[in-house]
Unconditional design. Structure first.
Length: 428
């Protein structure tokens, strides 16, 4: 019997929480924050009313960090402060040299980012522009800070699916050496009323259009696609070892969003075949930020810090002779295989071995560390290939906790208050 559409949408949204897909609503923020242009219904373009509805969803999600219609000023203010800090965050010595300084070619490398108005796309644009590279962003809407003249980011308003948008993207891509494709829709759009056909057209057909233009351009040497760890399907049930999400694991998507991203990977690989362009698909973990507690502790499983996501995409662009294919990316701890499996039965014991005292310190701050997690992303292959290192894993949080005093009142220990204090210490 066919599964009800609304249930599939809910599961797609849940999986998207671990995904790195990006789209109209930014998101390998997985749970959906606006990332790029896309949409439509089936083989025809979306109606103006439908486009307006999806664009409003994008803007609301980018503004509040949530796709629902209830704005929450208290959380929004905190999220805005974190996002502003994200944009000014500079690479530090923890991760070695800035990978954007190693981008192939001379300084001023031309890079095009589709979905450049979203959280990941805009943060990436700022990072690259500050490193001296020529950045073009394509999207339907852009945050105001990208208009800063000192950044010199070129903004192109275009829908990658619209007929006119094809020409605009082609012109914007002229002379670019690297294309980063972030545009698309997410599982939460299904929950908010988007149709599966819209999601598929945006994520698969939109990717096909961009990949075809990149392969035919004659100048693009590498295309980087934002995919998602949601392609691996659900976590293991309680009592079983955690599933290790790495490149050796066979994808098993269980919702339309994950299926569309897996198909997009094939589309990019096919476009690059027989050309001088290398196709790299990054299966990104979740970087949606609803609250600090969830944002940080999810790094034990599939979480990806926004700053680490930027570093990973830059590394994918910068690494010379990077083989094409898929790579898993998260803000994961450097655990061996046995420890990752053991996360499914006793995550506290694993943490005690690798980060002594972490669980106890979390409890004193009102943070409940889950006793087990059903999956663990292993970014080891990508780290070996590129030199990428997660700078904002739980190890960083553990060091911060060791250096800071405990909360002094009950109000300081709830997740909202702790989120505020924590975001000031390491704005991710």
């Amino acid at each position: 019997m066919n599964e009800p559409v609304d249930e599939r949408a809910n599961r797609a949204a849940d999986a998207d929480a671990d995904g790195g897909g990006t789209g109209r609503t930014d998101g390998a923020d997985g749970a959906g924050t606006a990332e790029g242009a896309g949409g439509g219904n089936g083989a025809t373009e979306a109606s103006p009313a439908r486009r307006a509805e999806l664009t409003e969803l994008t803007e609301r999600t980018a503004r509040t960090g949530r796709p629902d219609r209830t704005d929450r000023p208290d959380r929004t203010d905190r999220r805005d402060r974190r996002d502003r800090a994200d944009r000014v965050e500079e690479s530090g010595p923890e991760n070695g040299s800035d990978p954007s300084e190693r981008l192939p070619g001379p300084a001023g490398l031309p890079v095009l980012i589709t979905g450049g108005g979203g959280r990941l796309g805009s943060a990436l644009a700022v990072h690259l522009a500050r490193a001296g590279h020529h950045v073009t962003v394509v999207d339907l809407r852009f945050p105001d800070f990208l208009a800063d003249p000192s950044l010199a980011v070129r903004r192109v308003v275009a829908d990658v699916l619209a007929t006119r948008g094809h020409e605009e993207v082609r012109r914007a891509m002229d002379g670019c050496r690297v294309v980063v494709h972030l545009a698309g829709l997410h599982g939460l759009h299904l929950r908010q009323g988007a149709r599966v056909a819209e999601l598929w057209r945006s994520n698969v057909e939109g990717t096909r259009q961009v990949a075809a233009e990149a392969a035919a351009s004659g100048s693009v040497g590498r295309m980087v696609l934002a995919s998602t760890t949601a392609v691996y399907g659900p976590a293991t049930p309680p009592g079983e070892p955690a599933a290790i999400l790495d490149e050796r694991r066979t994808p098993a998507p269980d919702n339309p969003y994950a299926s569309s991203k897996l198909a997009s990977e094939s589309v990019v690989a096919a476009a690059a075949a027989g050309t001088s362009m290398t196709a790299v698909s990054l299966r990104l973990g979740r970087f949606y930020r609803e609250d600090e507690h969830d944002y940080q502790l999810r790094k034990l499983s599939t979480g990806l810090d926004l700053q680490d996501a930027v570093d990973a995409v830059v590394a994918a662009c910068a690494t010379h002779e990077l083989p094409g294919g898929v790579y898993c990316v998260a803000s994961d701890l450097p655990l061996d295989r046995d420890s990752r499996l053991a996360l499914g039965t006793d995550s506290h014991a694993v943490l005690e071995r690798h980060l002594p005292g972490f669980v106890a310190r979390a409890a004193l701050r009102g943070w409940k560390v889950p006793a087990r997690v059903g999956r663990s992303v292993d970014s080891g292959r990508f780290q070996s290939a590129t030199g990428y290192r997660p700078r904002r894993s739980l190890a960083r949080l553990a060091r911060e906790w060791e250096r800071t005093r405990l909360p002094t009142s009950d109000s300081d220990s709830d997740s909202d208050s702790d989120s505020d204090a924590t975001s000031e210490r390491y704005p991710t």
